[in-house]
Design a protein around this ligand. Structure first.
Ligand code: SAH
Length: 424
């Protein structure tokens, strides 16, 4: 049985050759054979030269998704090999990580497939029809490679509709306790893979969270704390200081979710961290995590809308040494970008107003429709309006378990910046 062949038009942009993993309907000149949705097709240029193999889905705007640049048969063994390779890459680049993203879709040459490893449990998310019809191959491979305690499916995302798929969520086979305590940068973090957002946790900021380390200490002197002749610590009014975290930062962690930034802040010496999230459930989880790591006495939890909370704190003239903003993706599509930018600017503007002179703003965006350049411009505009002068300490992207495929902007979605903030 010969494999259907899709010939691309001559005048198209050579996106596929540049590493982009999708073919759009307008790029196809003709298809030989009669592929069904989910079938493999060979992609050829107008001259009939083989370019790649991909999943076909006539219902989707991403009519073909590249799965391989070779003509080798796409079978269960190849899936096993690809997933194994993705896992080995994590073991190589993140040898200390027992929990991480194992497969990051297109960027791991497995389009529409997400696999996250939570210690001995796996979470699968399937976003493409071609993956959906090969679901059993994926499950078999995961069992073979990881021998997991359990596998949970979190295909409860609306983008599946664009592929003609219903949402699906639940245990893949036997049920198990979905609350898992994972280890990240020495911290214990309890997450719920069934109840938590996305697949339960955001692994993409692992290295970014670790980058908080130097920022969490060195604040004592700025708070007016000095050592007297006897070596006793005293505040500006001369009162003796006994707090062992006297040199630590006062931190506001907005959009805190499970509290992972708060946990890192405490680990690295913060004096006090206030966590904020709109979700009560998230705040309960964050509190449990603070308790689990012995940080409860240094933390506060507020369930509120960040837009209201930030404005109120500005009105009340509250300030912090470090303000962290890790909002959800406000722009779910390109059309929503302008509205989203207003939201991003607002929280950044209010957020930086809450930073003490010479303090730190940590700000992120995970919306891939917002380019890094536009993100930086937005911060600049917020700084102008807030009468602040910003100095960049570090600009970072997603962690190593979220590879960025050159030629595929969609895989380069996370922006993370650390600024010193000065009054103007
Ligand atoms: N910082 C987290 C991830 C944040 S995800 C981590 O590292 O794990 C975004 C979070 O923002 C979610 O927990 C969501 O509940 C929360 N959120 C969404 N809209 C919000 C709003 N308007 N105000 C406060 N929190 C909000």
């Amino acid at each position: 049985m010969s494999i259907p062949r899709a010939f691309l038009i001559k005048s198209r942009k050579r996106r596929l050759e540049q590493g982009h993993p999708w073919v759009y309907p307008g790029e196809i000149e003709r298809i030989e054979g009669e592929p069904l949705g989910g079938d493999i097709v060979h992609i050829l240029n107008h001259d009939g030269h083989f370019l790649a193999q991909g999943f076909y889905n006539p219902v989707s705007q991403l009519v073909i998704r590249v799965i391989s640049y070779s003509e080798k048969t796409i079978d269960e063994d190849l899936f096993l090999e690809k997933i194994q390779r993705a896992w080995r890459r994590r073991q190589w680049l993140l040898p200390a990580a027992s929990s991480c993203r194992v497969v990051h879709g297109e960027a791991d040459f497995l389009p529409g497939l997400i696999i996250d490893k939570y210690e001995d449990v796996l979470v699968v998310q399937i976003l493409a029809l071609g993956m959906e019809v090969r679901r059993q191959w994926i499950i078999n491979a995961l069992k073979k490679i990881f021998n997991p305690r359990g596998i949970y499916e979190r295909s409860d995302v609306s983008v599946r509709r664009l592929e003609g798929l219903e949402e699906r969520v639940g245990f893949v086979e036997a049920a198990f306790d979905t609350q898992i305590t994972l280890l990240e940068n020495e911290l214990k973090i309890m997450v719920d893979v069934a109840e938590g957002q996305k697949t339960g946790y955001f692994f993409d900021q692992r290295e970014n969270r670790a980058s908080l380390k130097p920022l969490m200490t060195g604040w004592g002197e700025k708070h007016g704390i000095t050592k007297d002749k006897e070596g006793c610590l005293r505040d500006a009014r001369g009162k003796e200081i006994k707090n062992p975290f006297w040199d630590g930062a006062e931190v506001l962690d907005c959009f805190s979710h499970t509290g992972s930034f708060m946990l890192h802040a405490c680990l690295y010496g913060a004096k006090r961290v206030t966590c904020l999230d709109i979700s009560e459930k998230a705040m309960e989880m964050a509190k449990r995590n603070a308790l689990l790591n012995g940080f409860l006495h240094r933390t506060d939890f507020v369930a509120a809308n960040a837009f209201d909370f930030l404005r109120e704190q500005v009105k009340d003239k509250k300030t912090w040494d470090v303000v962290i903003l890790d909002p959800p993706a406000f722009a779910k599509n390109r059309q929503a970008l302008e509205g989203a930018l207003r939201g991003y600017k607002e929280i950044n503007l209010q957020g930086m107003k809450l930073v003490r002179d010479g303090g730190i703003l940590v700000t992120a965006s995970c919306s891939y429709h917002l380019s890094a350049a536009r993100f930086l411009k937005m911060i600049q505009e917020a700084a102008t309006d807030a009468h602040k002068v910003l100095r960049l300490v570090e600009f970072r992207r997603a962690g190593k378990d979220h590879p960025v495929l050159l030629g595929s902007e969609e895989t380069d979605y996370l922006k993370f910046a650390i600024y010193e903030v000065y009054d103007r």
